[in-house]
Design a protein around this ligand. Structure first.
Ligand code: TEU
Ligand code: CA
Length: 530
């Protein structure tokens, strides 16, 4: 197993808008983050992933970039960014930026120029198609549209043509088949690396290569989510080539780290993207564990943790020794995992601790999302007027065509990305820091243990009790050092399995582990050395 800093690190994702407001205007900003660096460092965080802070008209909260080389005014200045970077580095932490290069804002200079001069060099930076019969060039639907035929296309009246946008109508897809465009991206990436940033999280990076000719999408088969056309770009023909080029031209000279956001990529394709000898990505975010099969984010249902066990068992046993996994539940695009499992406040901390135990002792790199260390749960929104996210707003409108407003709102409430975008609760953080039973304290201990014992990072993993429902157990082993973990995945007490010989309790989510495992109880044991 090759050793790498990013395999050993605990990452912490910051969504700048809602992390910490440093100047009192109600919006989180860079100054606010700087003020919390000691908080992060005390928790044991090794690296921060910063969601976009670039100049943007905020149609999709910064994932629509107007200028890659400028800082969003609301968030601060480039001087403050530099101070953030050096503040992290001086505390021994690293910084990875969000790299959004599947698309730019329609307000980006490239797009403006592409529209102004359809015969100029920038026109081919995007995916334009001539208007032939007044109809969209194909039937693809956009993620943030209303699911209507061809709504991934925006009509550009100036030139009587259409432009592709897989996300909102202000997020225009770049044409990665254009080498000049790619070179400009690499130059921009190197500009940030030259500043000293340590790597990138690559937004929807598996969507960058679209099938030649942009063929019609299949409207019936295998498209549970109703995203028509996805089969023509979620694993496009040149994806591997473009990733290798990006790595070789921009990342490698700086030894930059990369984690790709890759929705819909399963384990087999994931291996091809992250294999250690393939020189593409270091890690990916796969999302298939975030909903129980048969459900989607906007369904009201309770998540069954037995599925999490099944998913992690498959990956732990099948991903292989030449690939390295990312471990996460929460991010800025999803409701809080604790709430998916149960909205009963009684179990909030138990579930939070259980999730932490799994995340910090399976094999892979944990990514915390701000607030997860406090056991953050969903927001009790009561009305559409409280919803800010472009995806939810558009979806609500679409749902209202086929159901009542109440029903539509209930579905938005189940899945809206706004749950994760509520302000971080700093008062609560202060309280939890003083409380030895708190989830914060538990996470802090888990992080410290993971740092202390390499077996929890590089150790072999062996999952046991495969077919026992509600029980998830495994061993980690490295150079004779051994750990055993047992988790109750349910709300029911569970007979505790016999403890393997020679193991002694190291950390438990409940005060005194007894004969019965408490609801959602999680324990870590270490083999006594003789
Ligand atoms: O998300 C990409 C993505 O496909 C989904 O997770 C997305 O949020 C959508 O809801 C699909 O159902 C990334 C970013 O994380 C997200 O915040 C951006 O809005 C999106 O790309 C576009 O840049
Ligand atoms: Ca502010």
């Amino acid at each position: 197993m090759v050793k790498k800093w990013w395999k050993e690190a605990v990452f912490y994702q910051i969504y700048p808008r809602s992390f910490c407001d440093g100047n009192g205007d109600g919006i989180g900003d860079i100054k606010g983050i700087i003020g919390k660096l000691d908080y992060l460092s005390r928790l044991g965080v090794d690296a921060v992933w910063l969601s976009p802070v670039y100049d943007s008209p905020n149609d999709d909260n910064g994932y629509d970039i107007r200028d890659y080389l400028k800082i969003m005014q609301e968030f601060g200045t480039m001087e403050e960014f530099d101070a953030l970077l050096s503040g992290l580095h001086s505390r021994g932490m690293r910084l990875i930026m969000d790299l959004v290069v599947n698309h730019t804002s329609d307000e980006h200079a490239w797009f403006q120029e592409a529209v102004r001069d359809p015969y100029g060099p920038y026109h081919d930076y995007y995916l334009f198609r001539e208007n032939e019969d007044g109809r969209e060039p194909n039937n693809w639907t956009s993620f943030f549209g209303q699911g209507k035929y061809g709504d991934a296309w925006r009509y550009i009246p100036e030139n009587d043509e259409w432009a592709l946008h897989l996300f909102s109508k202000k997020q225009m897809d770049l044409n990665w088949d254009n080498p000049r465009m790619r070179r400009e991206i690499y130059t921009m990436v190197k500009w940030w690396l030259e500043k000293g940033v340590d790597g990138f999280r690559l937004d929807v990076i598996n969507y960058i290569s679209k099938e030649e000719g942009l063929p019609y999408g299949n409207e019936s088969v295998g498209n549970m989510l109703g995203y028509v056309g996805i089969e023509h770009y979620f694993y496009g023909p040149h994806l591997h080539d473009y990733l290798r080029e990006l790595r070789c031209m921009a990342f490698d000279p700086y030894e930059a780290f990369s984690v790709g956001e890759t929705p819909g990529i399963g384990m087999q394709m994931g291996k091809l993207l992250t294999g250690e000898d393939r020189h593409e990505l270091d890690m990916i975010f796969s999302f298939d564990h975030l909903e129980t099969p048969g459900h989607m984010r906007f369904d009201e249902y309770r998540y069954d943790l037995n599925y999490l066990k099944q998913y992690y068992t498959e990956w732990m046993e099948g991903y292989g020794n030449r690939c390295w996994m990312s471990l996460f539940y929460d991010n800025h695009d999803n409701p809080r995992m604790i709430s998916k499992v149960s909205d009963d406040p009684h179990y909030r901390f138990a579930i939070g601790k259980l999730l932490g135990m799994i995340q910090f002792t399976l094999k892979g790199t944990p990514f915390l999302y701000q607030g997860q260390e406090l056991g953050a749960v969903n927001v009790p929104f009561t009305d559409m007027s409280q919803i800010r996210d472009v995806e939810s707003i558009n979806l609500y409108e679409e749902l209202c065509r086929s159901m009542s407003e109440e029903e539509a709102f209930r579905r938005i409430l189940a899945g809206t990305r706004d749950h994760a975008r509520a302000m971080m609760k700093w008062q609560e953080a202060e309280e939890q820091k003083e409380d030895r039973d708190s989830i914060y304290y538990f996470y802090k201990k888990l992080i410290a243990l993971r740092k202390k014992y390499p077996a929890l990072i590089y150790g072999e993993i062996r999952i046991t009790n495969h077919s026992r429902k509600n029980l998830f157990t495994w061993f980690r082993e490295l150079d004779g050092e051994e750990f055993y973990i047992e988790c109750n995945l349910s709300e029911k007490p569970l007979t505790r399995p016999a403890r393997p010989e020679g193991f002694r309790g190291l950390l438990s989510s409940c005060k005194e582990p007894g004969r019965l495992m408490q609801p959602y109880e999680a324990c870590l044991y270490r083999k006594e050395m003789r």
